[in-house]
Design a protein around this ligand. Structure first.
Ligand code: COA
Ligand code: AMP
Length: 630
């Protein structure tokens, strides 16, 4: 089948297209009601279908005789551990943990928060939840207790599942004390904390709500998967928006399972039994969809890697893993390749490994610069596929659908819309733009299966943020254009969300923290270009009149506070004190201008600017502090 024809089918008759894909899954009750409008302008998929995601990821494969196939390969250079988990073993671990959750009183519709490093127990915890209809919310380990507390209050979990510690290269991250601190800070108090003890030397204070993971599992009876409706939330995953408050993206079950299964075959080109590796973290959407649910649904072997592209122990780690486990398709972020390239510019370490197993290298999470794409192509000698998606979509929206037809790769473009996505570039008034005109990247409704259902306990924010800006379209928050051949290029966020080393962060959230420093009168946090991480945050602050505290003290206090409230992942390392900020005559800070000057872009001076002389002033400040490309 050719891509064009397949894609057209998905747009011309979405119900028939997705019904056929949904029927590839084993439902308890196959859906016949394919696309339903719930009266909120946001249709839902497969509303009368009943299924269980965990059953599809594990039990079904065992029933079909594949229990002895490897489900997970856990490779942890930071602890020197390698472990193979078959589907039979996964079944045992997950059903017992699900039983333990039931013993603690968890029922369908309850929520559980998972705050864990990249260990098999994190995957067991996710699957155990969906097995019994419990809605999980995984929080990335690089977030600090304050961020964890915000999420605890928003999703009100009955239990938190955690581990004693994680390891960042050679540094112990004490997860359990962070959880205890977050519970102290939060208004909602979970009933229990299930602690997986890793015995890595981290302090694990004992609290009355603690339950030992292994004890709980030992005493539990295995739980069977339960039937849930297709639109039952499988999980909530928080992501950064344009305000200080993260938003809980709600994923359904049936639409998600259908989309993931479809994508494994048609986007990633893998067959059941193949080894698939997404080098991300279970705390991000990539981890949910392509470390856990996608590959397991498709009966692949998934690699769970607890390490970094470099320094664990060196820049050859990725190649060692691909070669050792015969990975067929790999997925990482361009920033990881840039980190490797910096250490091994000629790709000499690659030559030491037999990578003949590798068929495609996928990249996503941030814009892929042309030199990174070229370097990867030249050194891996396989097609390198840039593809575009978001936490909200849960699976790719733009890709080179290699499982259908490998299109010519055009560097800088994430290729074509994936089946089901009617991608349109529109201007500020919502008019669809022609080739090579840059505008807002939108998807004409309906969104295909798998996309966000709503924002947890905040349907108004869902509508206002995604559906109301351009009626009839989903607004992605990204800018971009299509070329004359229909290739789509994503140029970056058009809002104040930034992307640091493939991690999506909100500058508004950082600004709130910077502004709360007692000596700061006003501030702006912007994302500026960085050779390694794509973007890094930069804070500019104006101090209050009469401030006598040394500049360096204020700077380090701000950096410390952002790290302590958001977490190390925020990556704010630079704060500059300035005498004033560029503003409009009505007093609005011109953040885009601040960013444009740092990135040395051709800036158009806004007609509303209060005082144009500030542009030279800011340029001078950047020069003094060696900021950006000035
Ligand atoms: N738990 C605790 N801390 C964490 C963490 C975790 N799970 N993940 C990251 N951190 C910390 C890091 O240790 C670092 O702390 P530091 O400032 O004290 O050094 C900080 O958060 C920033 O981390 P990161 O942005 O990852 O930078 P890095 O310098 O440690 O590593 C890269 C740089 C490029 C190697 C790394 O960012 C990387 O592998 N990126 C790929 C990202 C990715 O896969 N994203 C998923 C989208 S597909
Ligand atoms: P997240 O929700 O954390 O996955 O981040 C999604 C955002 O990352 C998107 O809105 C884009 O801004 C950016 N992004 C992801 N993949 C790509 C890509 N292939 N090219 C350009 N930007 C990307």
């Amino acid at each position: 089948m050719r891509y064009r024809e397949f894609y057209q089918q998905s747009l011309e008759n979405p119900e028939a297209f997705w019904k056929a894909q949904a029927h590839e899954l084993q439902w308890y009750h196959k859906p016949e009601n394919i696309l339903t409008n719930d009266g909120n302008d946001h249709p839902q998929w497969f509303i009368d279908g009943k299924l269980n995601l965990c059953y599809l990821c594990i039990d079904q494969h065992i029933e079909e005789g594949f229990g002895r196939q490897n489900a997970i390969i856990y490779d942890s250079p930071v602890t020197n551990t390698k472990e193979i988990i078959t589907y039979n073993r996964l079944h045992k671990e997950v059903s017992k943990l699900a039983g333990a959750l039931k013993d603690l009183g968890l029922e369908k519709g309850d929520t559980a928060l998972i705050y864990m490093p990249m260990i098999p127990q994190a995957v067991y915890a996710m699957l155990a939840c969906v097995r019994i209809g419990v809605i999980h919310s995984v929080v990335f380990g690089g977030f600090a207790p304050h961020e964890l507390a915000i999420r605890i209050d928003d999703c009100t979990p009955k239990v938190i599942i955690t581990a004693s510690s994680g390891i960042e290269i050679d540094r112990i991250i004490p997860y359990k004390p962070y959880v205890d601190k977050a519970i102290t800070m939060a208004s909602h108090k979970p009933e229990n904390v299930i602690l997986f003890q890793r015995h890595l030397g981290a302090a694990t204070p004992v609290k009355p709500y603690d339950i030992d993971y292994l004890e709980a599992v030992k005493n539990a009876l295995p739980a069977e998967p339960i039937e849930v409706a297709s639109n039952h939330p499988s999980y909530i995953l928080y992501t950064s928006g344009t305000t200080g408050k993260p938003k809980g993206i709600v994923r359904d079950t049936g639409g998600y399972a259908t989309a993931l299964k479809f994508s494994m075959k048609y986007v990633y080109g893998v067959n059941a039994g193949d080894v698939f590796w997404a080098a991300s973290d279970v705390g991000w959407v990539v981890g949910h969809s392509y470390i856990v649910y996608g590959p397991l649904l498709n009966r692949n072997t998934t690699v769970l890697f607890e390490g970094k592209p470099i320094r664990t122990p060196d820049a050859s780690t990725f190649w060692r893993v691909i070669s050792e486990y015969r990975v067929k398709v790999m997925f990482t972020a361009p920033t990881a390749i840039r980190a490797i390239k910096k250490e091994d510019p000629k790709g000499e370490m690659i030559r030491g490994y037999d990578l003949s197993c590798l068929k495609y290298q996928f990249l996503a999470g941030e814009r892929c610069d042309v030199s990174t794409l070229k370097w990867t192509e030249e050194n891996l000698k396989v097609p390198v596929i840039d593809h575009w998606w978001q936490t909200e979509s849960g699976w790719p929206m733009l890709a080179n659908m290699v499982g259908v037809e490998l299109a010519k790769v055009k560097p800088g473009s994430a290729t074509f819309p994936v089946c089901g996505y009617d991608i349109q570039i529109v201007n500020g008034s919502g008019d669809v733009l022609g080739p090579n005109s840059e505008g807002y990247v939108t998807v004409k409704l309906p969104l295909p299966p798998g996309n966000l259902r709503t924002i947890w306990r905040n349907p108004e924010r869902f509508k206002a943020g995604y559906l109301e800006r351009f009626p009839g379209y989903y607004f992605s928050g990204d800018g971009g254009f299509k070329d004359e051949d229909g290739y789509v290029y994503i140029t970056g966020r058009v809002d104040d969300v930034i992307n640091v080393a493939g991690h999506r962060l909100s500058t508004a959230e950082m600004e709130e923290i910077v502004a709360s420093h007692p000596q700061v009168a006003e501030c702006a946090v912007i994302g500026i270009q960085d050779d390694l991480k794509g973007q890094i945050p930069l804070a500019l602050a104006v101090t209050k009149a009469g401030n006598e505290i040394a500049e360096s003290v204020i700077q380090s206090e701000i950096i410390k506070e952002v790290r302590s409230q958001i977490g190390p992942v925020a990556g704010l390392k630079q704060v500059i004190l300035v005498s004033r900020l560029p503003k409009t005559r009505s007093g609005k800070i011109l953040r885009k201008l601040l960013r444009g000057i740092a990135d040395n872009e051709d800036i158009s001076i806004p007609s509303t600017i209060d005082d144009p002389k500030i542009i030279d002033e800011i340029a001078q400040v950047y020069k003094t502090h060696k900021i950006g490309s000035i």
